[in-house]
Design a protein around this ligand. Structure first.
Ligand code: HEM
Length: 493
């Protein structure tokens, strides 16, 4: 495959100047790249200031390259702004393919084994109940309550840190730390947002120069990045010294290190893995649940259908994971939330380690690969009427398989050897939250002081991790019985 590559043409794409100067879409690039499919096809090659970039616009190209040729397509590009300047280089999601990344991923999978989430179900259920109580108390703060719930699950498992139920958005706590730090990553994370991504040499320019605002920003943001890495980890160490640490991944691994069952160098890996989990888990599921509130406000008929199934199966109690078989429509809603507006529309960048050839084209070593998750999940051949929020599309799996349509949207979690290893935990956190919220609340469009309906807009931020832009909705208990159900959870948990 590799021998005669150099004679082959590069994949088609928009032409840049010989220096590689080219104007690329700055907002919603995934949509533009999806449109370019009509001009260039599934593979689009762009040469940007010395950087070869390949966009993969279809499930088959992603499967052929990122999955079947995973050995060559599983690295990550050097990200000067994010890793060097902002200090995110401890995230193993950005490490290049190799022994260090493998050690990190192995440790992660030791504690979050493939397809196994049952041990986390009691915590996920408890946190879904806290979310219900908070939504009952102050429904207008639904965004913050959702963030709190996501962070609470991850911090408890990873560091044994419990987040107070009543914490608010102004407290200097781990929820707001994740919020602030992750928003900097979301802003800078899309490849090419800053020129220094393309021209790493720019990182040496003095920060006081007029064109160096990126550097001043990076140093400011770096404090948050390092706080995320250090603060929770140091807290566990201190608590262990004081003999008051709660069980957690970090505590159990540190015990192994202290007792000599694990080598000392594992501490650095552990710290990185723990903070990566904190970062990867505290923002992503939030986007999905915000999409739930938005979609339900817009589609009362879908909510009716879900609530009809929930009422039949649950008969005035809250859902538990054991109900999942009987609640297939909740699965359909979760799948559609992941597909409709994917959390990472351009996935995470992959990187080509060696020269390659595909479909008669040359793919040079050192190419940054952008898998267009949005395009894959909006391919009209696979997902008819792709812009519509329609969970019903997933209702008949046998028929879908026979027709080759409406695949489960696994692409939302990325591809091949780098595919999200937290996806089982993530899906379960989403599932129990969706099932619990819809059991007890009615979500509808908000109304202003003059009684006028406020139409929520389906608008998402054009960032690495894409959230719906701020919107209002009304979240009210479905009945006095559901109010009681929510209140009773305070005694049960
Ligand atoms: C809806 C929720 C989530 C979505 C949509 C999501 C999506 C993704 C995507 C697209 C990737 C990149 C895959 C690739 O490179 O092809 C990724 C990587 C990763 N995710 Fe998730 N994720 C979610 C939740 C989580 C959670 C809750 C955790 C932790 C418990 C987590 C941990 C990770 C880690 C550690 C990586 C890096 C993997 C590596 O580079 O080897 N994710 N995720």
């Amino acid at each position: 495959r590799l021998s005669s590559c150099s004679a082959l043409p590069l994949p088609p794409g928009p032409k840049s100047s010989w220096l590689g100067a080219i104007k690329l879409p700055r907002v919603y690039p995934w949509r533009t790249y999806a449109e370019w499919k009509n001009i260039y096809g599934d593979l689009i090659y762009i040469y940007v200031l010395g950087n070869p970039v390949l966009i993969l616009n279809s499930a088959s190209a992603v499967s052929d390259l990122l999955e079947k040729r995973g050995g060559n397509y599983s690295s990550r590009p050097v990200r000067t702004m994010v890793s060097d300047l902002m200090g995110w280089n401890w995230m193993f999601s950005s490490m290049k393919y190799g022994p260090a990344w493998k050690q990190h991923r192995k440790l992660f999978l030791k504690h979050f084994p493939i397809n196994t989430t049952t041990p986390f179900h009691p915590l996920q259920t408890k946190e879904a109940h806290v979310l219900l109580r908070n939504l009952l108390q102050s429904p207008d703060k639904f965004h913050f309550h959702t963030r709190r719930a996501a962070a609470a699950i991850i911090l408890q498992i990873t560091y044994g840190i419990q987040i107070n139920e009543k914490v608010d958005e102004y407290g200097d706590n781990y929820v707001s730390l994740a919020d602030k730090a992750m928003s900097t990553l979301a802003q800078a994370g899309l490849f090419g947002t800053y020129m220094v991504d393309y021209l790493p040499i720019l990182k040496y320019i003095p920060p006081w120069l007029p064109g160096a605002s990126f550097k001043r920003l990076a140093f400011q943001w770096r404090k948050l990045t390092l706080e995320m890495l250090n603060r929770p980890f140091d807290l566990v160490k201190q608590k262990m010294k004081d003999g008051i640490a709660s069980p957690s991944i970090v505590a159990s691994e540190l015990e192994d290190i202290a007792s000599g069952r694990a080598p000392h160098e594992n501490e650095r890996i552990l710290k990185n893995v723990a903070a990566t989990t904190y970062a990867a888990g505290s923002d992503t599921t939030v986007s999905v649940l915000m999409s739930l509130f938005l979609a339900m406000a817009l589609h009362p008929e879908i909510q009716d259908k879900a609530q009809c199934q929930l009422d039949q199966v649950l008969n005035d109690r809250l859902p538990i994971f054991e109900d999942r078989q009987q609640l297939p429509y909740i699965d359909c809603i979760c799948y559609e939330l992941l597909r409709w507006n994917p959390v990472t529309p351009l996935g995470l960048n992959h990187f080509v380690s060696e020269d390659d050839e595909y479909k008669g084209y040359r793919i040079p070593k050192g190419t940054t690969v952008l898998p267009n998750v949005w395009a894959i999940l909006h391919d009209p051949e696979i997902y008819p009427d792709p812009l519509a929020f329609n969970p019903d599309r997933f209702q008949n799996p046998e028929k879908n398989i026979a027709q080759g349509i409406n695949e489960i949207p696994d692409a939302a979690f990325g591809f091949g050897r780098r595919m999200c290893p937290g996806r089982w935990l993530a899906f379960d956190s989403i599932w129990i939250a969706v099932a619990s919220i819809l059991t007890v609340f009615r979500i509808s469009k908000a109304v202003d002081e003059r009684g006028k309906i406020i139409e929520p807009q389906v608008e998402y931020a054009s960032l690495l991790i894409s959230h719906p832009k701020p919107f209002q909705c009304s979240i009210t208990p479905r009945s006095s019985t559901t109010v009681k159900l929510i209140q009773q959870t305070a005694d049960q948990d």
